[in-house]
Design a protein around this ligand. Structure first.
Ligand code: G6P
Length: 588
């Protein structure tokens, strides 16, 4: 995944592009580059490293001009180095491209262009795009037509921003990867995501697949297959730019953990009509599948317990990437609920597209308005968590749990009860964080050198153990695994020895049985950390979390999110940008 941006207006493009690309760093941060069209033509600066590192070496803001493109890369095709960084230029240096996605047929195109005398200097798939555009222009096409023809030929999923030196315009196009157009007064923005330009405008047009936007003095959007102009709705974004900034916090991760008192409440504030519509889909379906990846998948696992307990309903939970294997159980009576923060995760999009091919009904629970998922599903419930910038999902997880809890209760006509429960729980978040913060810093100091860590929980706390393990390993690089309490003894117990930390996620409902499992690990020397509403003499370290009954998973995860954060700090790691990870994974 990468972040791409384009600017056409009257201000200094390099300043705007630098700010924008910084806000897209969550999409990838192994290389960065910028191209601005100035008086002497297109000038490109690019290099390997994150935005701050490369900017300290290259001084992007030295670029003069009011039209340009920029890119923050997360390598897919071609290793991380200066040459493979974007933007990429055509052989005549007049066409410049930034790209997110994969050109699947690039080898074939490259061969074709090499036969026509074109040279390639990078290992990327992207470089075929500016050269193909140049090829068409050399053969008499206008820039717009050359881009159109190129886009019709390239295969795969992509979002691109293409700038022409001779025409002084930029074109943004997409198929499968996100691209949004921001409309200001006399200026236009193209970006992979709204926070890139939300400081400058709140007016947004979501481009659909196979559309391209031409930005000159005005903007026009066309279907690049038919050439027909599309007149699109301008959306006003409903969150402020401040929400996409760190504010008083040192990191987005900490900010987003702290926002949960508010975001859980917002997630519960759904319109009753929308929830009713979703409930009808659920109750009318013969077979409900919940699909997601990573943290969103864990929210689905949690929901399967909640649906079972509250609605007495069985829902199938699948990793989105495994969904296709259940083909024989899909029909027009099947409902697929796709859960995704970004709405862009390739495996989720693939599962929903597959479901639609089989005639299934589709419902999304999603955070990013206008994302691909929202355009694929027939009904969408927004999580209303505001922009989540840290690569790790924190607030979006508890918002997903909140929406799924609302749905489970609504399935048995108890919407109001669920809303009250969630609002009560949301009201406890700030006190919880204040009460446990110092203890978690202390605990992180104790645990920062361990190699392995295990989490156990039964019943509703089991998915929390899975999610807790993910949080810890993603950001602290400590090997962490979550287990159902009883399962540890079936093999993994062999790893428990003196001092190995085991986090026990305990609730009133699970206490009697979980205590057995705690005793088993204690007998092998484990250092037991209890996350519980009541202390227990078996705990070597205790974190008190108020009991919340069916909403236990919402509160129980917060101490682990904080622990993961403090572990990263204790190990001198950047919690917002863990190695090898990107916020949304747009390749299968
Ligand atoms: C990536 C992120 C995870 C996230 C997962 C699913 O792997 O690093 O934090 O849980 O994608 O993302 P989604 O946007 O679909 O919820």
């Amino acid at each position: 995944m990468c972040g791409i941006v384009g600017y056409k207006g009257f201000k200094k493009a390099s300043k705007i592009l630098l700010d924008s690309v910084r806000r897209l760093e969550y999409r990838g941060y192994d290389s960065v580059g910028m191209a601005v069209l100035g008086e002497s033509g297109i000038i490109v600066k690019k290099g390997a490293g994150n935005v701050d590192k490369v900017n300290n070496e290259l001084f992007f803001e030295e670029l003069e001009g009011s039209i340009g493109v920029a890119h923050t890369r997360w390598a897919t095709t071609g290793e991380v180095n200066n040459v493979n960084s974007h933007p990429h230029l055509s052989n005549n240096n007049k066409i410049c491209v930034v790209h997110n996605g994969i050109v699947e047929n690039y080898q074939e195109i490259k061969k074709f262009l090499e036969n026509k005398g074109f040279c390639f200097i990078s290992q990327t798939d992207t470089e075929v795009i500016p050269n193909y555009v140049q090829y068409f222009i050399d053969n008499g096409e206008s820039f717009e037509d050359a881009v159109k023809k190129t886009l019709r030929i390239i295969k795969g999923s992509f979002a691109v921003v293409i700038m022409s030196e001779d025409d002084g315009i930029i074109i943004g196009a997409r198929r499968g990867s996100p691209l949004v157009l921001g409309i200001g007064f006399g200026e236009f923005f193209l970006a992979s995501d709204v926070p890139a330009f939300s400081e400058c405008t709140d007016k947004v047009v979501y481009l659909d697949d196979d559309e391209f936007a031409v930005l000159g003095d005005d903007y026009h959007i066309y279907d690049f297959n038919t050439g027909r102009e599309n007149f699109k709705k301008i959306n006003i974004i409903n969150w402020s730019f401040e929400q996409a900034k760190k504010g008083e916090y040192e990191h987005f991760m900490l900010k987003e953990i702290n926002e949960q008192g508010n975001t859980i409440k917002k997630a519960a504030e759904q319109s009753i009509e929308l929830i009713r519509e979703a409930t009808d889909l659920i109750n009318g379906a013969c077979g409900v599948f919940l699909v997601g990846c990573g943290t969103s998948y864990h929210a689905c696992v949690s929901a399967s317990y909640i649906f079972s307990k509250i609605a007495k309903k069985h829902v199938n939970v699948l990793l989105a990437s495994e969904f296709r294997n259940y083909e024989h159980f899909l029909s027009s009576n099947t409902l697929v609920i796709a859960v995704s923060q970004s709405g862009e995760t390739a495996d989720v999009i693939d599962a929903v597209s597959f479901a639609k091919k089989h005639g299934c009904r589709t419902l999304s629970i999603v955070n990013v308005m206008g994302s691909t998922l929202t355009r694929l599903c027939s009904l969408n419930i927004m999580m209303n968590a505001g922009p989540e910038i840290c690569v790790l999902s924190t607030k979006s997880y508890t918002s997903q749990l909140a929406v799924l809890t609302l749905l489970a209760y609504s399935a048995v006509d108890k919407f109001k009860q669920a809303k009250k429960l969630l609002v009560d729980v949301a009201g406890k978040v700030n006190d919880l964080i204040n009460n446990i913060n110092d203890d978690l810093k202390l605990l992180a100091g104790k645990l920062k050198r361990v190699n392995d860590l295990f989490l156990i929980g039964r019943d509703l706390a089991y998915p929390s153990a899975l999610e807790g393990a993910l949080k810890i390993k993603e950001v602290s690089y400590i090997h962490a695994e979550g287990f159902a309490g009883a399962e540890l003894k079936h093999g993994t117990m062999a790893l428990i020895q003196d001092g190995v930390p085991v986090i026990a996620l305990n609730t009133r409902g699970t206490n009697d049985l979980l205590v057995n499992n705690i005793m088993e690990v204690k007998a092998r020397g484990a250092f037991v950390i209890g996350i519980d509403s009541r202390n227990n003499e078996l705990y070597d370290f205790f974190i008190k979390v108020p009991g919340a009954d069916i909403a236990d998973p919402v509160l129980m995860i917060i101490p682990i999110q904080l622990l993961a954060y403090y572990l990263a700090l204790a190990k001198n790691l950047n919690p917002d940008q863990p190695r090898n990870l990107a916020k949304s994974v747009t390749v299968k």
